[in-house]
Ligand binder design. Structure first.
Ligand code: PLP
Length: 412
């Protein structure tokens, strides 16, 4: 039995030999995290510019969240929902008050929360909107990313997510993201029960829609009696400079879907929020999860969200996002290798001036890592840059210096 890793090489070989090859990681083996920093097994320190796909907005191993984890783990971790526990109700009230909904339904992964939202929207469509049985349609956007289950990939336009995994679940209609005319047309179908979108398409490459798009989408949903199902799993919890990305346009989705940073990256917790008229269409026995709503997760969620509020992380993300994009715009003036910078708050991406099939973005990320900064391409030539929201202005400048020097050297 191997009890400890002695080198990065050993850890990589173990994963290659014994793990499924469903990811293509950068060749870095991490062993410790603290705030904005990660350390590899050889002791090299890195700035984390991925934040576990925006799950560690509060920074790695935040002391308050870890304290909540340990304290609750010593008392009670799992009861299942066959019984009540003394933490779930507190967490449910906390998230309902924080986000302005009547009811919360806790799950574990983001994909499960999205599955929950699909079931809620369909059941609402049949029982409240009067859609004929099995005819409900959910409108989705091209280039979406909502997770990896067979139902969710049925709503995906990404061949690498879908190919070889059919047959697919019916009941989705795909339209262009950020296209009001397409939205207007699709929502007019009386069988549509939900519009399921991300307020910014994260995995697609941090695609920010035109100002006003979300507001129009919300208005059209209201007009056609369609539920707005907002997947804020990546954009929520202060990442884009407000508690929710929907807040930028004062949009209050009918169904709000959260995950990732809800636990500060400590364990998988997701939640779906809605008002009674929607949430109570699901009756006992119709949906659930053994781990969903466990007391350990419940205690952590309350502390993780309170940290976001106490440390003003949304304001920090808004301010430092401006600083970051200004620096990247400055870099664009010095090189043609960076074609575009886009994003909101501290969810940003740079688009590399090369074909999506080229290795340039990957090679740049390998170079960033060599210089102490971890980031990853999203799709081909797009590099997402999303540090923990506890980063300081001085640190953002230091990271921009790293990015700038690597890009400028690469250009020579
Ligand atoms: N929805 C969005 C917008 C995401 O970005 C992700 C993950 O990246 C998911 C859903 C899936 O979450 P999970 O990986 O926890 O299932």
């Amino acid at each position: 039995m191997i009890t400890a890793i002695t080198s990065s090489q050993e850890a990589i070989e173990l994963e290659e030999n014994y793990g499924a090859h469903n990811y293509h990681p950068l060749p870095v083996v991490l062993t410790r995290g603290d705030g904005v920093f990660l350390w590899d097994v050889e002791g090299k320190r890195y700035y984390d510019f991925l934040s576990a796909y925006s799950a560690v907005n509060q920074g790695h191993c935040h002391p308050r969240i870890i304290h909540a984890l340990i304290a609750q783990a010593k008392e009670l971790t799992l009861t299942s929902r066959a019984f009540y526990n003394d933490k779930l109700g507190i967490a449910e009230k906390y998230v309902c008050d924080t986000f302005g909904y009547d009811k919360a339904l806790f799950m574990n992964s983001g994909a499960e929360a999205n599955e929950t939202a699909i079931k809620l929207a369909r059941k609402w469509g049949y029982t409240k909107k009067g859609i004929e049985d099995n005819k409900a349609v959910i409108v989705v956007a091209r280039k979406n990313f909502h997770g990896r289950t067979t139902t969710i990939i049925s709503a995906s336009s990404d061949p690498s997510a879908r190919n070889g995994f059919g047959p697919f679940m019916p009941g989705f209609e795909m339209i262009e993201y950020d296209n009001v005319a397409a939205l207007r047309q699709a929502l007019a179908n009386p069988n549509v029960c939900g519009l399921w979108i991300e307020p910014i398409q994260g995995e697609a490459g941090v695609y920010v829609p035109q100002p006003g798009y979300l507001k129009v989408a919300a208005d059209l949903c209201k007009q056609h009696s369609v539920l707005l199902m907002m997947d804020e799993i990546q954009t929520g919890i202060a990442r884009t400079g407000m508690m929710l990305a929907s807040d930028h346009e004062e949009v209050h989705p009918d169904i709000l879907i959260l995950g990732k940073a809800l636990s500060g990256g400590v364990l998988p917790v997701s939640v779906v929020l809605a008002d009674d008229e929607i949430m109570l269409v699901i009756k006992p026995g119709e949906h659930g999860s053994t781990f969903g709503g466990n007391p350990l997760a419940a205690a952590i969620v309350v502390e993780a969200l309170q940290v976001v509020k106490d440390e003003n992380l949304a304001v920090n993300a808004a301010n430092l996002g401006e600083v970051f994009r200004d620096r990247m715009k400055g870099l664009m003036e010095k090189t043609s290798l960076v074609k575009l910078v886009r994003g909101k708050g501290l969810l940003n991406a740079i688009v590399i001036n090369d074909s999506p099939e080229s290795e340039t973005a990957w090679n740049l990320c390998v170079q960033f890592a060599a210089h102490g900064l971890l980031a990853k391409p999203t799709h081909g030539n797009i590099i997402r840059l999303a540090p923990p929201l506890v980063i300081t202005e001085e640190q953002i400048h230091e990271c921009c210096d790293i990015i700038e020097s690597v890009v400028l050297k690469y250009n020579q």
